[in-house]
Design a protein around this ligand. Sequence first.
Ligand code: LLP
Length: 429
Amino acid sequence: MDHFNYRNHELYCEDVRVADLAARYGTPLYIYSKATITHHLDTLNKAFKTLNPLVCYSVKANSNLGILKVVGEHGDGFDVVSGGELGRVLKAGGTADRTVFAGVGKTDPEIAAAIQAGVLMFNVESEEELAAINRVAESLGKVAPVALRVNPDVDPKTHRYISTGKKESKFGMDIDRSLRLAQEAVHMKHITMIGMHMHIGSQITTVEPYGHAAEKGVEIIGQLRAMGHPIKWYNMGGGFGIAYRGGEAKAIKAFAEVIVPKVATTGCRLAMEPGRVVVGNAGILVSQVIFTKKSGDKRFLIQDAAMNDLIRPSLYEAFHRIWPVHVAEGLACPPENYESEIPGTETWDIVGPVCESGDFLAKDRHLPRLATGDLLATFSAGAYGMVMASNYNTRPRAAEILVSGDKAQLVRRRETFEDLVGPELIALD
Ligand code: LLP
């Protein structure tokens, strides 16, 4: 469920007219729905309730301070992968003791900052990293809580760029190595191994990979405990897929039905690191048509959002629903099925102004007739949208709005030219 709906042919985010926000704040514009975010957080907490879960929202999906504040106030935790992300969590009022720290390349200063802040645990991805954490903790006179990130060699059946659980991936350690390291860790005085972590990939739309991973995870926890490690946390990572087209993703409940009974046998608390499923369908990217253009048989809709604003279509050939903000009478809003001809539509490539052939939001897409000045909404843009935006072609990044009911708050102003050139140091006079 999300809160982007058409009323009288006009797109609304909760009770706010999207066209009004575009007029006030300009385009391209990211708009997020708070009610959608809290709905997803509620659904996750409820589905895994029997495992006393800690939902650690994966900050990388959308790290806007306004979004982090919503998650923190909801009572949930965070998954961070850098000192910067940890800084954001703390700034937004989140607490370190509900925050897990993952990532393959943590530096000494980042490790020290996380220990000082008092993170719940480090997800450790290699032998050298565990040694570094032990060493830094010793220098601070502390004992650092850790979870080993085990790579269960499960195929999550997702895009190869976002698959992480197979053994050829750079993430985690295979089971044998993990167990060997755990054995060595028994003698490390400045770490305490309280968890086991697995993250097998992202945009996973079937439950089976989680079932296979959990079976292996349960066994590994038994072995870690047999060595004497006080394992209290089963961290299953993130990865729940969402419906980009409509209907392709499993409900959270379906994942829980596979995972809960297995993890329950360990007596562990469940930590999870959902990102996309929390914010993905809670955000849209609004853009405005600059020009329309024909070339051969192709029709191009050149609008002001580009690959620097939302790179997912260019990078992963990802599909995002796109539909006008104002829809003519008689047209579905938006259609259920984009693959077949939709009466009253034409076929367009929706592209941006960036000078790359790979700069597109959609190709061969059926859309109602549109003209210069019309507004478009690109749906499911709340996760891995703004966080992956860049200034390529010296394009200032978009503004971001958080809507709650009939209130809209600017949570990031549009960048200016000065913001872009400010850090550059060459003397020009
Ligand atoms: N935990 C770990 C260790 C991760 O690496 C990730 C995502 C998550 C949790 C959150 O996964 P989620 O629940 O959002 O699937 N930019 C790509 C996705 C990259 C995912 C990276 N890791 C995209 O736009 O599809």
